[in-house]
Ligand binder design. Structure first.
Ligand SMILES: O=C(O)CCC(=O)C(=O)O
Ligand SMILES: [Fe+2]
Length: 285
């Protein structure tokens, strides 16, 4: 009973309906200063070379920016499995509870996470329009979602996340080559969206410290340059609902899709990656 009451307070029925309709949601400031300060400290530890847990293959099979690797946008994937201070924020019950309510799932587990750090003074560097679910071909679920948590106030000037409103309902109709985290052309997509008969409606998710946003795994999103003088640091926590399972998937060239998750998690009796492995996919809710 207590849990149900908490959920009702954190997210109203209207909030859930909004998420289902628009494919994104902004929370109230529910994350503590302490949790965010800890995550910032964890990030400093990571970039100084400290590892609470060594994950073999990080840096080779997934991004792990370290000092000396350029002054552009930094990307550190699977960081919560390596740093305990970051995992406290990434795996927080609060994030899990809100994600569960929004997606209508009784269970939420981590899928993976990443820090995206943009130095100040950017003029061109963007995160290209993409759909997170396109990177998760081995997942059966179409209800996975991402919590985007800035580690400071994040007004428009800092290049926060931008989501195309309602795009989770039609993103599958777009030509895939138009979409990529690494694509630089932010303007070209509007034409393609309009040609399909949909409205190109970018929503800039401006947040205060302690707030976070959720976006659906089929929602198109990206971000513009950080034009401010301070860094923009965000923790993106990619989440799976309780129904998600591994399925075999092939790339366009016919080779099997293999995610970094698949390399590091245990196997089911049938020999397939087990997306319920608590060691790699901890349960938040
Ligand atoms: O932080 C960004 O600009 C992009 C993050 C992102 O793609 C995500 O949260 O799924
Ligand atoms: Fe994304």
């Amino acid at each position: 009973m207590q849990r149900v009451m908490m959920t009702e307070k954190l997210l109203s029925e209207e909030d859930v309906a909004f998420y289902q309709e628009h494919g994104w949601l902004v929370t109230s400031p529910v994350l503590s200063d302490r949790a965010i300060d800890d995550a910032l400290q964890g990030l400093d530890q990571h970039w100084s070379g400290h590892r609470d847990h060594v994950l073999p293959g990080v840096g080779k099979y997934c991004a792990d920016w370290m000092p000396g690797e350029g002054e552009g946008t930094r990307n550190n994937e699977y960081i919560s499995l390596q740093n305990d201070l970051i995992s406290r924020l990434a795996w927080s019950r609060m994030v899990g509870e809100i994600a569960a309510a929004a997606s209508g799932s009784s269970e939420i587990r981590l899928f993976d996470d990443q820090i995206v750090y943009k130095p100040g003074g950017q003029t061109e560097a963007v995160v290209g329009w993409h759909v997170d679910g396109d990177y998760w071909g081995t997942c059966t679920s179409q209800e996975m979602l991402t919590a985007w948590i800035p580690l400071h106030d994040c007004p428009a000037e800092l290049g926060p996340l931008v989501v195309l409103d309602g795009s989770h309902k039609w993103s599958h109709l777009l030509e895939r080559s138009a979409l990529s985290f690494h694509r630089k052309d932010m303007e070209g997509l509007a034409k393609a969206v309009n040609e399909l008969g949909f409205e190109f409606k970018p929503v800039t998710i401006q947040l205060r410290r302690g707030q976070f946003s959720l976006h659906h795994c089929r929602a198109i999103h990206g971000s513009y340059p950080n034009r401010s003088t301070q860094p923009r640091i965000a923790l993106a926590v990619h989440l799976q609902d309780g129904n998600n399972r591994y399925r075999r998937a092939l790339r366009p060239d016919g080779r099997p899709v293999e995610l970094f998750n698949d390399r590091i998690c245990r196997r089911t009796e049938g020999g397939e990656p087990d997306y319920q492995d608590d060691a790699v996919f901890p349960r938040l809710w």
